[in-house]
Write a protein that binds this ligand. Structure first.
Ligand SMILES: C=CC1=C(C)c2cc3[nH]c(cc4nc(cc5[nH]c(cc1n2)c(C)c5CCC(=O)O)C(CCC(=O)O)=C4C)c(C)c3C=C
Ligand SMILES: [Fe+2]
Ligand SMILES: [Fe+2]
Length: 372
C-alpha cells in the first residue's frame, strides 16, 4: 500500500522521539495586547467559563455579552497599559521565564527526557495545543501543575476541565498526574519568607504585613471550595516561618468583581482601615500569585497604594511575587519531581533502551502492518 508511510506524516508525530515525561505548567492567561480589542475576547472566554461564574447560562450569557463585554474591556485595557512591558504582559513574561528555568533545572538534575511546557487556561497557547505539541515530542507521561498555590474550583478546577476536555479528543492520552495545590509546600513558604526578610533588610520593617489573596464569591466557599481555608493555612505557615505574632500580620482578599459578596475582609477596605488605625508603613505580599500580573502590579501596588495613602498612610511597599527567582524555580522543580516519582524518566537509573512505546512507534507499526 503506497500511502502507508503517510500515517506518521499525517498525524504530525515525530519518528525519532524517545518517550518522555512532561510537566505542563498552566497559568490563567492574559490578553495579547493592552487594548480593548484584545481584552474583549480574553474576558469573553474567562468570564464565559461556568467554573468562574456560577450563574445559569441563560441568565449570565446575555449579561456578559450585552453589558460586561461592552463596559469592561476599555477599563481593563487601561489598567493593563500601566503594567505592560516591552516583552509583553508581565503574567506571560514571568510565567515563560519560570518554565524556562524549570526546564534548565530538570536538565541539570535528570538524565531522562523531561519536557516543560507552559499553557494558558484562557487565550494562547491553549492547553489543547500544548498537550498536542508535547505528544508530538514523545511525551507519554504528563504532570499537570497549575500555577495556583491554593486550590479553587474557579482556577485549578477550571484547568482540570481544560485538560479533561483535551484528553477526550485523544486516541491515546498520556498517563496523567495532577498537582491539586501546593499551599503548604515548605520550600515555597521558605522562599516567600526569604523574600519578606530581604525586603525588610533593604527597606526596614513596616508596621504591618498584609497578605492579600485573590478573592472568590463567598457563595463558592459555602458550597465547599477549599480556597479560603488554604489561603489561611498558607498565611499561618508563613507567619510561623517569619516568627511573627498574630497581630503583626493581616489577611485580606482582593480583585472582587460584581455586586455579590466575596470573601472577607476586602483588601481595599483593609488598607484604608489600617491607615485609619495609624499604620504608616505597610508591607504587602500576595502569596496566592505565583507570578506578578495585573492584580498585583496594578490593583495592589498602584490602586491600593493610593487608597492607603489617601486614608493617611505613608507608604505601601509591595513585595514582588516569587516569579522566576531561583528559589521558586527549585521549589516547583522539587514539587514536580516528587509528583513524578515512579516514572522511568525521573529514575536515577534511567535507561532509554528500556523505554516504552511512543505514539511515533504506534504510527510506524500501523504503517508497517498496512505494508505487509
Ligand atoms: C469574576 C470572577 C473571577 C473569579 C472567581 C476569579 C478568580 C481567580 N482569579 C485568579 C487569578 C487571576 N485573576 C486575574 C484577573 C482577573 N480576574 C477576574 C475575575 C475573576 N477571577 C477578571 C475579570 C480579571 C481580568 C482583569 C480585569 O478585568 O480586572 C489575574 C491577572 C491576569 C493578567 O493578565 O495579569 C490572575 C492571575 C485566581 C487565582 C482566582 C481564584 C482563586
Ligand atoms: Fe481573577
Ligand atoms: Fe482586578
Amino acid at each position: 500500500m503506497q500511502a502507508s508511510t503517510n500515517y506518521t506524516g499525517l498525524a504530525g508525530y515525530r519518528h525519532d522521539s524517545l518517550p518522555a515525561a512532561g510537566v505542563l505548567l498552566v497559568n490563567l492567561g492574559t490578553p495579547e495586547a493592552p487594548t480593548a480589542k484584545a481584552v474583549r475576547p480574553y474576558l469573553a472566554e474567562f468570564l464565559g467559563d461556568p467554573r468562574v461564574i456560577e450563574y445559569p447560562r441563560w441568565l449570565w450569557m446575555p449579561i456578559l455579552h450585552g453589558v460586561i463585554l461592552r463596559v469592561r474591556p476599555p477599563r481593563s485595557a487601561e489598567a493593563y497599559a500601566k503594567i505592560w512591558t516591552e516583552q509583553g504582559s508581565p503574567l506571560r513574561v514571568f510565567s515563560e521565564s519560570l518554565a524556562t528555568g524549570m526546564q534548565a533545572e530538570l536538565g541539570r538534575r535528570h538524565r531522562g527526557p523531561i519536557r516543560v511546557a507552559l499553557a494558558m487556561r484562557y487565550g494562547q497557547p491553549s492547553v489543547a495545543d500544548t498537550i498536542a505539541q508535547l505528544q508530538r515530542e514523545g511525551v507519554r507521561r504528563l504532570l499537570v501543575l497549575p500555577l495556583y498555590p491554593q486550590y479553587s474550583a474557579t482556577s485549578t478546577g477550571s484547568v482540570l476541565d481544560a485538560v479533561a476536555d483535551t484528553l477526550k479528543t485523544l486516541r491515546w492520552p498520556p498517563e496523567l498526574r495532577i498537582v491539586n495545590d501546593y499551599h503548604a509546600e515548605a520550600a515555597v513558604i521558605d522562599a516567600l519568607a526569604a523574600s519578606v526578610r530581604a525586603h525588610w533588610d533593604a527597606h526596614g520593617r513596616g508596621d504591618k504585613l498584609l497578605l492579600s489573596f485573590h478573592g472568590i464569591p463567598e457563595r463558592y466557599f459555602h458550597a465547599g471550595d477549599p480556597y479560603f481555608c488554604q489561603c489561611q493555612a498558607t498565611a499561618r505557615l508563613l507567619r510561623e516561618r517569619l516568627g511573627m505574632g498574630e497581630d503583626e500580620l493581616v489577611v485580606s482578599f482582593q480583585s472582587r468583581v460584581g455586586r455579590e459578596r466575596w470573601l472577607h475582609p476586602y483588601t481595599d477596605e483593609t488598607v484604608r482601615q489600617l491607615a485609619t488605625d495609624g499604620v504608616r508603613k505597610l508591607d504587602v505580599l500576595c502569596p496566592g500569585f505565583a507570578v506578578d500580573c495585573l492584580e498585583t502590579l496594578e490593583e495592589m501596588a498602584m490602586q491600593n497604594r493610593d487608597f492607603f495613602v489617601e486614608a493617611g498612610g505613608e507608604t505601601l511597599r509591595y513585595i514582588p511575587a516569587l516569579n522566576d527567582q531561583p528559589a521558586h524555580i527549585r521549589a516547583l522543580t522539587d514539587l514536580a519531581l516528587r509528583h513524578m516519582q515512579g516514572w522511568p524518566e525521573v529514575a536515577d537509573d534511567y535507561d532509554p533502551a528500556r523505554a516504552t512505546a511512543t505514539l511515533a512507534d504506534a504510527h510506524r507499526r500501523a504503517s508497517a502492518l498496512r505494508e505487509s
